[in-house]
Design a protein around this ligand. Structure first.
Ligand code: ZN
Length: 135
């Protein structure tokens, strides 16, 4: 079956992040100079401008920072999903991630709700990190 929804555009900065996702790991860049954690990945630290970069693996847990419930499919491939939740999840490590909240009633999603990652293997190359409530 062909995946009809838009896919992430992988580039040199984001390749390692998406490789981690393929292994069901959320990886975050950590500045090798000041320790600042950043997501999405970039080649330079926005705090201290260092190019020294390490990667850490996140726990996959966080909380809903903000969200919206979509009742309109803005792309035809999402028609079967409405209503669905688009959210920014704040990982326990600090960085925030644009994602979906799944496996729950959209009407029950709340800010600060604890969530954990679940993986949507949409193609052989792309696994999308989505989040569900921690019960
Ligand atoms: Zn830095």
């Amino acid at each position: 079956m062909t995946y009809e929804k838009p896919l992430p555009q992988i580039n040199a900065d984001t390749r390692e992040f998406w490789e981690g996702c393929k292994q069901h790991l959320i990886t975050i860049q950590k500045c090798g100079n000041c320790g600042f954690l950043r997501l999405p990945p970039s080649f330079i630290c926005p705090r201290c401008h260092s190019r020294k970069t390490d990667w850490i693996t996140a726990t996959g847990r966080g909380s809903v920072y903000t969200f919206a419930v979509n009742h309109v499919a803005f792309h035809p491939a999402f028609q079967g999903d409405i209503p669905y939740v688009v959210a920014i999840v704040e990982l326990d490590e600090g960085p925030r991630l644009l994602t979906n909240i799944v496996d729950c009633n959209p009407a029950e999603v709340r800010c600060d709700m604890p969530v954990e990652v679940v993986w949507d293997d949409v193609t052989d190359e792309i696994s999308l990190p989505k989040f569900r409530p921690v019960l």
